[in-house]
Design a protein around this ligand. Structure first.
Ligand code: GDP
Length: 726
């Protein structure tokens, strides 16, 4: 049977009109996993009876235990619609914002996103986040309102009340879509509507669904559904209007196939030469063209090793091909290609354009790589909204495990580029940085459980930033031999420019003209934008010198000094952000021997650090938006938990039968929040956090925290004397 399905899929792979590449995205607990299992069961990929219990997508043990989906896994299924069989490739996206990077990557590989919203809770903060991620990638949305059974059986709502509630969900989602697509001129109206059939609703748990077209087909209307659900005739309801048919019909009807989608999506995600041959091949989904694969996920198979999964945008990928991997020098040889059936990988001979492929042998690929048969401009680097804000040390308990641990850490950072790893082979104490406490906890558990490496972990440590608060005059930096001098001034960058840099919208890799335009649009003056010599993190180095002898051949060392100075700021050796440094003039020794690395790098570092101190550099700390949903009687305790953490409560309001408390708090203070809020509210609160960038730490807290960090890093605890402004 399975073999037959695989054969059927292989046939469909060559008919792009009959392919849909989709993602299901939702706020945590709104029912994405249950729905996915239903679709798989409906398509005959797993047993009907086990849908909902099996949680086929949650492949990793820790995910099943926690009941949340973490890894973007891939599954494919077939579905008959209008007498034609369709191949539906579904990419799973994680529901927790701590794993935002995975969501964005999954979105890049698909053309349609089914947004699942809980009928009782309505649109939640992560509904907004996932919608934004989809729309930014040019992915078309449709809406499924889940848990409608609860409105009927639990809340005992009548038809009128229900209708109002469902309409509010649709209105809220449409308001989000409208706001996000307003300025996208390649997209027409992408709001969803019942009449058009882009809204479905039902119960993933009891496996029934309904949509405008399904009502017309089955002759069942909402009243019938309410009656049957009330009478507990769920089995019959499910048989007469099965959820999987309703949803998969909607997918086939309303989501674009690759041929319709790629011409619009390629310009959105790829910045190479639009007139080149490969651009045309990608837009046409040309299976005879050059091979172009965008890797969205790296997984590990105990037998086959690393598997790179991703969307084939053009060409046909086959065993034995030698393919370029973006960002690396050599080529990798394809060892096998496969597709995902249900959740399992099946080897096939070839995977043509328009499909999702699972490829082994691409040992240099990471999630986000472009893999191609010619050297080409890679896909836009995937925009990660959040930067790592928290770090934890990991050490192998047993020294013999050290090589295996290092290997595993490297693997982890390939699979999840939002994780940063610093490996210290000398001390054996490695650092993992990620999006939040839970993110790191999940990673370390995987190392222990899946790899069987017992580890000790340190306390979570918050990642700070250092940023200048005012501009400076020219400052001089002198080399140890006193023969080289650099004259540098500093300006704090505007937030708008910082955002552009953080999102990777102005990088040194892009054509100069494009970079200039992006910077000017964000408010940089024309001349400055023309003199950008280097970008590092969210800092910019401007070369305003004129005719300085030997500067050109020394520039590489100058930039090295610049990077070193910004990697470790003057306050506490934390990364600097938002500094524009301008080199006005330089004196260089005419003999190259006297202006080597040991002279130039410290001189530049000195100039940069001194200008940062003149610019009254301050420590910034990461902050999070916090939202807590609690019963009325625990509202005081919940807002107290935010306020007691140097936080601020911004809003409190009623939603359904619960109170919502919204506010912000520093990440540092949020460590341990989950157990504190549980005990403060007798476990009745549900909550979520979202990274909200960095903000300046209050002046009265600066000296203590700086000292603490310096101590931890083994630096001299007293600050340089020139830092006297706190
Ligand atoms: P995910 O986090 O979005 O993947 O959500 P899950 O699929 O894990 O569902 C979260 C919880 O909601 C589980 O306890 C499900 O059994 C329950 N659930 C999912 N769909 C429905 C539904 O349609 N009706 C009801 N009453 N519960 C549901």
């Amino acid at each position: 049977r399975r073999k037959k399905i695989v054969q059927e899929c292989e046939k469909l792979m060559d008919r792009p009109e009959q392919i849909r590449n989709i993602a299901i995205a939702a706020h945590v607990d709104h029912g994405k996993t249950t729905l996915t299992d239903n679709l798989l069961a409906g398509a005959g990929m797993i047993g009907q009876e086990s849908a909902g219990e099996q949680l086929a997508m949650d492949t990793e043990e820790d995910e099943q235990e926690r009941g949340i989906t973490i890894d973007a896994a891939n599954v494919s299924m077939t579905h008959e619609y209008e007498e034609k069989n369709h191949l539906i490739n579904l990419i799973d996206t994680p529901g927790h914002v701590d794993f935002g990077g995975d969501v964005t990557r999954a979105m890049r590989a698909v053309d349609g996103a089914l947004v699942v919203v809980d009928a009782v809770e309505g649109a939640m903060p992560q509904t907004e986040t996932v919608l934004r991620q989809a729309l930014r990638e040019g992915v078309k949305p449709a809406l499924f309102i889940n848990k409608v059974d609860r409105l009927i059986s639990e809340l005992q709502e009548g038809p009128e009340e229900m209708q109002q509630r469902l309409q509010k969900v649709i209105r809220d989602v449409n308001e989000l879509i409208r706001g996000m697509t307003e300025e996208m001129d390649d997209i027409d109206d992408w709001t969803v509507s019942i009449q058009e059939g882009t809204v479905g609703m039902g119960s993933a748990l009891y496996k029934w669904g309904i949509s405008f077209p399904s009502m017309q087909r089955t002759g069942m209307d909402f009243g019938d559904i309410i009656d049957m659900e009330r009478a507990d005739k769920r089995q019959e309801l499910h048989e007469r209007t099965p959820l999987s048919d309703v949803v998969l019909d909607m997918v086939c009807e309303h989501f674009p196939n690759p041929i319709d989608a790629q011409p619009r999506r390629i310009p959105r995600v790829w910045r190479g030469d639009a007139d080149s041959e490969v651009a045309e091949q990608m837009q046409l989904v040309d299976d005879d063209g050059e091979v172009v694969l965008m890797v969205t996920d790296i997984g590990v198979d105990p037998h086959a090793g690393e598997i790179a999964a991703g969307r084939v945008f053009s060409g046909t990928i086959e065993k034995g091909q030698e393919l370029y991997v973006s960002g690396t020098a050599g080529r990798n040889r394809v060892q096998s290609v496969g597709i995902y059936m249900g959740g399992e990988r099946e080897e096939v001979d070839r995977v043509p354009a328009g499909n999702i492929a699972a490829v082994t042998g691409l040992k240099d690929a990471i999630a986000g790589s472009t893999v191609s048969s010619i050297e080409m401009t890679p896909f836009e680097s995937i925009e990660h909204i959040s930067e790592p804000v928290i770090t934890k040390s990991v050490e192998a308990k047993n020294m013999d495990d050290l090589p295996k641990l290092i290997e595993t850490l490297r693997q982890v950072s390939k699979e999840d580029p939002t994780i940063r790893i610093e490996i210290n082979e000398d001390t054996g104490e490695h650092l993992i940085s990620g999006q939040g406490e839970l993110h790191l906890e999940v990673i370390t558990q995987r190392i222990e459980r899946n790899q069987g490496i017992p580890v000790t972990t340190g306390e979570p440590i918050v990642v700070y930033r250092e940023a200048p608060t005012q501009g400076t005059e020219q400052v001089e930096g002198i080399s140890p031999n006193r023969h080289n001098r650099f004259y540098v001034s500093l300006e704090p960058l505007d937030q708008e420019i910082i955002d552009v840099l953080k999102k990777g919208e102005a990088t040194m890799d892009m054509p100069e003209l494009e970079r200039r335009e992006a910077l000017q649009e964000a408010g940089m003056d024309k001349e400055t934008s023309q003199n950008v010599e280097h970008v590092f993190g969210s800092n910019i180095f401007i070369d305003d010198t004129k005719g300085v002898q030997q500067l050109n051949e020394t520039m590489e060392l100058v930039l090295e000094g610049f990077e070193e100075a910004l990697e470790d700021g003057p306050l506490a050796a934390e990364p600097v952000e938002g500094a524009l440094l301008r080199l006005h003039d330089a004196r260089l020794h005419e003999d190259a021997i006297h202006r080597g690395p040991a002279q130039v790098i410290p001189a530049v570092r000195d100039a940069v650090h001194r200008s940062l101190i003149h610019g009254e550099v301050r420590l910034l700390e990461p902050i999070q938006n916090v939202r807590i949903d609690v019963p009325n009687e625990h509202m005081g305790a919940a807002s107290g938990e935010i306020q007691g953490r140097r936080g601020r409560v911004d809003d409190m309001y009623q939603e359904g039968d619960l109170m919502v408390v919204e506010g912000i708090a520093p990440v540092d203070e949020m460590i341990g929040f989950s157990s504190d809020i549980r005990s403060a509210t007798e476990g009745r609160a549900s909550w979520n956090t979202e990274n909200a960038g960095f903000r300046v730490l209050a002046d009265n807290l600066q000296p203590d925290i700086i000292t603490e960090i310096r101590e931890r890093k083994g630096m001299k605890t007293e600050l340089p004397q020139s830092i006297d402004y706190f």
